[in-house]
Write a protein that binds this ligand. Structure first.
Ligand code: CTP
Length: 397
């Protein structure tokens, strides 16, 4: 529940992307938000008010002069308990109205009449590529940014009109991710966070290799939490099918050695978080050709050589970032993690039980530093990642 106790006015204007807002409205509610939908006449050409009433569980406001709201002043009353006004889709015409302070329909009027500090305005533009690129629209968008209005998207791609380019409204899940991010405390604003995530894969031959059970879920959650806290985030990821959190730079690697090279080439950073389960060894007698099985052949003997320790290497740099290590241990979790605090010379280690952590959606974490041990009781990985980022931010200050 990322948006528990939040109340939003969701404003819809007339664009085909209105269909995506049906999904957005469901997803906002899944995260605990309550909603009041307001539709312009244009919006109702694409989706009916009944559709949005059914999806939001509340009557939809469409007309300034026929309001369902108590004192018949919906343009004031609707926003007074709202944590944000979210306009999606926002047409070029509506952006122009906002830029010029017009108030000739209910949605434009309530956007103008909202308390600008308590009720931020978030807009998701949706329009044809030429309309978006038009200097008039770009002037309006620049003005809206200046006025403190939050603009999400638009994305680039195929458009409903058949043309291609910038102007597509973000997908519902992308809007949701950005809206959730907007409400997180910006404790890492201006900081750069570099992190590793996922497993590594050490080849034996072109079709075989050695890897581990890390899913990448914890690392990807930490990347998202750091981004939500306002950091610029680069994530060096081992093989993982997980989707990249929005606005996170992702560099895909395979082996521990490649991960090391990628980390070093993306320094400097303010914070380095080593979440990846890096293979301790690689196969030193790797075969360039597929190893064949014959009736008489003896099983191949693998030889191993040590991989570089990325975390210890980064922590030992003269201009080392604030370094955080992870320790997934099967036994003596705290003792093992405390030992790694010393051997890797890092100020903070995060420990968990390997049997519970790998592949799971939830985990219990213990934060270990010179002061002692702090336990973050079992919770989903994004919530844990946000707590970890809060702890790291506090230690940076
Ligand atoms: N780590 C790393 N590079 C390596 C091995 C580990 O950066 N080659 C990092 C991990 O990302 C993690 C921390 O070091 O943050 C601890 O990893 P772990 O595998 O638990 O530690 P090891 O030193 O490999 O100890 P062991 O495998 O014996 O438990």
């Amino acid at each position: 529940m990322q948006l528990a106790k939040k109340h939003f006015v969701v404003g819809m204007t007339g664009g085909i992307a209105a269909y995506k807002v049906c999904e957005l409205v469901r997803r906002l509610q899944d995260e605990g938000a309550s909603l009041q939908v307001v539709m312009t006449d244009g919006a109702q050409q694409f989706i009916t008010a009944m559709t949005m009433q059914a999806l939001s569980g509340r009557s939809v406001e469409t007309d300034q002069w026929k309001s369902l709201t108590g004192n018949a002043m919906p343009h004031i009353e609707l926003t007074r308990n709202a944590d944000a006004v979210i306009v999606a889709p926002a047409t070029a015409d509506f952006l122009a109205k906002l830029a010029h302070g017009l108030a000739d329909d209910l949605l434009a009027a309530l956007a103008l009449a909202r308390d600008r500090v308590r009720t931020p305005l978030i807009v998701a533009p949706a329009m044809n590529v030429e309309m978006w690129g038009n200097p008039a629209t770009q002037r309006n968008v620049a003005q809206l940014r200046d006025d403190g209005i939050v603009i999400l998207g638009p994305a680039s791609g195929a458009q409903a009109c058949g043309e291609t380019g910038v102007g597509r409204m973000l997908e519902a899940h992308e809007l949701l991710e950005d809206i959730v991010a907007f409400f997180q405390p910006k404790t890492l604003a201006g900081k750069k966070v570099l992190l590793t995530a996922g497993p590594t894969f050490e080849p034996i031959d072109p079709v075989r290799g050695i890897t581990n059970l890390s899913s990448g879920k914890t690392g990807f959650a930490v990347a998202r939490a750091a981004r939500d806290a306002g950091a610029r985030v680069t994530m060096i990821a081992g093989p993982s099918a997980l989707g990249t959190p929005r606005n996170v730079e992702r560099v895909d690697v395979t082996t521990g050695k490649q991960m090391m090279d990628a980390v070093l080439s993306h320094l400097p950073a303010d914070v380095f978080i080593a979440v990846a389960a890096v293979a301790d060894w690689h196969v030193s007698n790797q075969s360039a050709r597929k190893i064949k099985k014959t009736a008489t052949s003896t099983p191949p003997a693998l030889q191993f050589a040590l991989n570089p320790d990325i975390l210890a290497t980064v922590a030992a740099l003269p201009s080392a970032p604030y370094c955080v290590g992870f320790a997934a241990e099967s036994d003596d979790v705290i003792d093992n993690a405390r030992r790694k605090l010393g051997t890797k010379k890092v100020p903070l280690m995060v420990a968990n039980r390997a049997q519970d952590a790998f592949g799971a959606d939830r985990s219990e974490l213990s934060l270990i530093d010179q002061e002692g041990v702090m336990t973050l009781p079992n919770d989903d990985k994004l919530a844990q990642a946000r707590r970890l980022i809060a702890e790291i931010s506090a230690r940076l200050r």
